[in-house]
Design a protein around this ligand. Structure first.
Ligand code: PEP
Ligand code: MN
Length: 339
């Protein structure tokens, strides 16, 4: 239920309503807007009758049922777009479209630092790099693990770029959160509900990739798992879905960007690297993503893609990435955004 307070409702009236929501066994999520306060009551819907009675309380204008099952991620309760800050500097969900760039995997201190310097010079504002890698084959490189996290932290120290890196299991959330600025949940773990609950308890923004065979509804319900644990800082990342098409590694679903901008207040990021699987297609899909209204990009960049330990075929050289950024600025400008 959404409890809409009257314009000018007093602090005391708002507080009394919040207390009643809690007494009825719900969690109160107040949102203080410029004009008025609305309070979301989240919990077991069998207690709805008690909430409806709040309409008679002082300072309450209306009590409205939330219709969408993604109560916290949806726009019904939270109509304004969310702004999510990373390290207090980079903001997702505003006019700017931050770009996250870096290699698929952290391979060495030199590799991650060289890449970090190059992507920063081109205008990226966050660094990516996997230290724990979810690989299709158990015989493929699995990541440098904690050593990789330390290299990412060193690259951050040298460049100032905040770090985005994947966490694959609940037991690693604490150590990854110790080094990372944004916790990435990979496509294969989008419905690992225990992991989602664990990052929901972490105090770091979460970049939630779309499951490779998941609908937008399922994806938003996964965001809901994180948010229902108290972590409202979720970034949704479209990275392509599995279809019959084999010309590209996945099919980048850019229509999901438009759907999500309508359905959720959470920022939407697009990863055209995993979305296409081929470096030749990354730039055009990155530009299309910005035109479609994406709030951020994630791009794989490697100093020497031919020698990359993972995802070399879809990685851009620093030169190609620089060109992408130049063109991205022009597209962003055309649609009233900035890169
Ligand atoms: C990655 O970002 O390198 C990655 C493994 O992504 P995804 O989970 O989208 O495949
Ligand atoms: Mn990758």
């Amino acid at each position: 239920m959404i409890i809409v307070m009257q314009r000018g409702a007093s602090e005391r009236q708002i507080h009394a309503v919040e207390e009643e929501i809690k007494r009825l066994g719900f969690i109160a999520h107040p949102i203080h807007g410029v004009e008025r306060t609305v309070i979301g009551a989240i919990g077991d819907e069998r207690g709805n009758a008690g909430l409806l009675a709040l309409e008679t309380w002082e300072g309450v204008e209306r009590v409205i049922p939330i219709l969408k099952p993604y109560k916290l991620a949806g726009r019904e309760l939270h109509t304004e777009k969310s702004k999510i800050k990373v390290r207090g500097r980079v903001v997702f969900g505003g006019k700017k479209v931050p770009v996250i760039a870096g290699p698929c995997s952290v391979e060495s201190l030199e590799q991650i630092c060289t890449t970090a310097e190059a992507v920063k010079a081109a205008g990226a504002t966050l660094l990516r790099g996997g230290a724990f890698k979810p690989r299709t084959s158990p015989y493929s490189f699995q990541g440098l693990e904690v050593e990789g996290l330390k290299m990412l932290a060193e690259a951050r120290k040298r460049t100032g770029l905040p770090v985005v890196t994947e966490v694959m299991k609940e037991s690693a959330v604490e150590v990854v959160a110790q080094y990372a600025d944004v916790l990435q949940i990979g496509t294969r773990n989008m419905q690992n509900f225990d992991l989602l609950k664990a990052v929901g308890q972490a105090r770091k923004p979460v970049l939630l990739k779309r499951g490779l065979a998941s609908t937008v509804y399922e994806w938003l319900m996964s965001a809901e798992y994180i948010m229902s644990q108290g972590n409202m800082e979720v970034l949704l990342c479209e990275r392509g879905i599995r279809t019959f098409e084999t010309a590209t590694r996945n099919t980048l679903d850019l229509s999901a960007v438009a759907v999500l901008q309508h359905e959720t207040h959470l920022p939407v990021i697009v990863d055209p690297s995993h979305g296409t699987g081929h470096y030749e297609y990354v730039e055009s899909m990155a530009l299309a993503a910005i035109a479609a209204g994406a709030d951020g990009l994630m791009i794989e960049v490697h100093p020497n893609p031919h020698e990359a330990w993972s995802d070399g075929a879809q990685s851009l050289t620093p030169d190609r990435f620089t060109r992408l950024m130049t063109r991205a600025r022009a597209v962003a400008h055309a649609v009233g955004r900035e890169v």
